[in-house]
Write a protein that binds this ligand. Structure first.
Ligand SMILES: Cc1cc2nc3c(=O)[nH]c(=O)nc-3n(C[C@H](O)[C@H](O)[C@H](O)COP(=O)(O)O)c2cc1C
Length: 219
């Protein structure tokens, strides 16, 4: 299951019944979260105008992403300075069939995280926060796995966070509810089975970062 749960962005017109959506969330809720605080809130966005509005909020963020990728940069990273004029790039119109499809998606979920419930252990570190997200992304990945289990697919997206205040206003979210992900779901047009991922040896070392890689034991 984990090897074939790909990022699905194209869906058939088939509707996803409410009982399926409910079942998917009913499985996903068993995800772990820091201190089991379960700070997630899910909004099932049905209104096509709101969906289109959410898609439009993603466009400037996506435009910057595309400009940075085009320059060979790792987009939106906080370590290596970008050579892209972010303001200018964010104003450029982009062609995105995926965002254009938002109003017609079978299902669109927004997953928010109530920061009043999250232990952000890295809050005093001098870098971008990563720990808070760990209290919601296991839940979000569980949504994809549960959907896959039912023959559906989806994708974790985060580009809405680039315009979080506007998204919060559109969805009636209070400011302390972070927009963690937007997840379209539906029946995949095609099922991918071979995902491109680094091998264990490429990201696992023994004892230290510069230690020897962990290899598959010979049997
Ligand atoms: C934390 C996270 C954020 C992501 N944000 C976006 C996004 O904003 N837009 C998008 O189209 N895909 C987004 N993705 C999907 C990734 O591009 C996708 O998971 C990755 O390319 C692997 O795709 P594959 O499983 O089909 O190989 C995100 C995935 C993760 C896990």
């Amino acid at each position: 299951m984990m090897r074939t749960t790909f990022a699905c962005r194209q869906f058939t017109d088939e509707l996803v019944p409410d009982d399926v959506i409910y079942r998917i969330l009913d499985c996903a809720r068993f995800a772990p979260s820091g201190g089991n605080r379960q700070g997630q809130h899910v909004i099932v966005v049905r209104d096509p105008q709101v969906r289109a509005g959410l898609a439009d909020l993603c466009r400037p963020t996506m435009a910057v992403y595309m400009a940075q990728v085009q320059r060979g940069e790792s987009p939106w990273n906080t370590i290596v300075p970008s050579t892209v004029d972010v303001d200018a790039a964010s104003r450029r119109a982009i062609d995105s069939p995926f965002l254009d499809s938002f109003a017609d998606l079978p299902v669109l979920l927004v997953v928010a995280l109530d920061l009043a419930f999250v232990a952000s252990f890295d809050r005093y570190q001098n870098r971008v926060g990563v720990i808070s997200g760990a209290s919601v992304y296991p839940f979000v990945q569980n949504i994809l796995l549960a959907a896959r289990n039912e023959g559906y697919g989806g994708v974790i997206t985060t580009f809405l966070a680039g315009k979080e205040p506007q998204a919060q206003e559109l969805l009636g979210l209070p400011p302390h509810l972070a927009v963690a992900a937007m997840v379209p779901l539906g029946r995949p047009v095609r099922q991918l089975t071979k995902l491109r991922r680094r091998r264990v040896e490429q990201f696992t070392t023994i004892d230290r970062y510069d230690g020897p890689p962990l290899h598959r034991p010979k049997s």
